[in-house]
Design a protein around this ligand. Structure first.
Ligand code: 13P
Ligand code: SF4
Length: 314
């Protein structure tokens, strides 16, 4: 985890001044480095960030998150300049679902309703009937008439969880989040033995055996609200470790323990290498030079906008 140094502080101040000068807004996901979160105008989960991007009156949106999030911002507010500090900040879920292969599945099941998790490319969104995020997925699935069959992509873990929650039999794409698939059940149970009064909270991108141990399952914002409103004092947190920064600020007197990953790692917590490609320096540089910018074809944006708009209406 990053510590805030004097250098970072002065960079943050320069960034704030630059932001005002250019009428820019910085939107950051909870998985970003603490020093990025500290300089953001808004921190949120993927649904909240999409809504903020759609509503902003700023001229420039600097997206401190990953590529699919910045693309979604551009689709929702195409007249704005959308910047992403590092264009390589991808996502294993988005990468698992190439448009050609997805088109083949769609053609095999032409009558299925296609629901995609927001963690996918604009091309995949453009092939979808509905988009969802981890905080509204259950509601979105329940909005589909019972007699309709469903393809759900790209997260098989979230998909399996939704099948259990909604009772709907969905055809699942075989994608997964490399961060949430890396939690170790054995290590988690060992940790729980050491902290038997802890509540285990997990993101639904986690594997089934991790979700089975959880007292609460929800999106990043859902987890934050749960910890804030719970009477418990200790939480084992099964999601990307960036969330601990905001969580600890919300509940300074509670104990938060990151769920352990299968691989040995020095910080004993799980970090998304894609999310962590963004740094404070890259954030500054990208606003100063107004690049890298997210640019999408008009026709692709129009097609991808429809299923996202349907989601926002539901
Ligand atoms: P949420 O922000 O919807 O909780 O999703 C987490 C995630 O993995 C984003 O990449
Ligand atoms: Fe993608 Fe997982 Fe990273 Fe989120 S945490 S951006 S789902 S790889």
């Amino acid at each position: 985890m990053n510590t805030i140094t004097t250098d970072n502080k002065s960079l943050q101040q320069r960034l704030k001044a630059l932001k005002e000068e250019k009428n820019a807004v910085i939107l950051a996901h909870y998985y970003q480095e603490p020093d990025i979160q500290e300089v953001a105008d808004f921190i949120g989960d993927s649904l909240e960030l999409a809504k903020k991007a759609a509503q902003t009156s700023a001229d420039i949106i600097v997206f401190a998150g990953v590529h699919f999030m910045a693309e979604t911002a551009k689709i929702l507010n195409p007249s704005k300049k959308v910047l992403l500090p590092d264009l390589n900040a991808g996502c294993s879920l988005a990468e698992s679902c190439p448009p050609d292969a997805f088109q083949n599945i769609k053609s095999e099941y032409p009558d299925h309703v296609v629901v995609t998790y927001i963690n996918c490319s604009a091309e995949i969104k453009a092939m979808s009937d509905l988009v969802c995020t981890s905080s509204n997925a259950e509601k979105i699935i329940n909005s589909i008439p019972e007699e309709k069959e469903i393809i759900f992509a790209p997260d098989k873990n979230l998909g399996r969880y939704l099948i259990e929650k909604t009772g709907r039999n969905m055809l699942l794409w075989d994608g997964a989040c490399i961060v949430h698939e890396a939690f170790s059940l054995d290590k988690l149970l060992e940790l729980y033995k050491e902290h038997p009064s802890a509540m285990i909270i997990a993101h639904p991108e986690s594997e089934d055996h991790i979700l089975k141990t959880a007292n609460y399952i929800g999106s990043t914002s859902g987890m934050l609200n749960f910890v804030k409103n719970s009477d418990h004092d200790t939480f084992i947190v099964a999601t990307e470790a960036g969330i601990l920064h905001q969580m600890q600020k919300d509940v300074p007197h509670k104990t938060l323990i990151p769920a352990p990953a299968k691989e040995d790692n020095t910080c004993a917590c799980s970090e998304c290498a894609f999310m962590k490609m963004n740094t404070l320096q890259k954030l500054y540089n990208c606003l100063e030079k107004e690049t890298p910018e997210i640019l999408l074809e008009e026709s692709l944006m129009k097609k991808a906008h429809l299923p996202i708009q349907r989601m926002l209406e539901i």
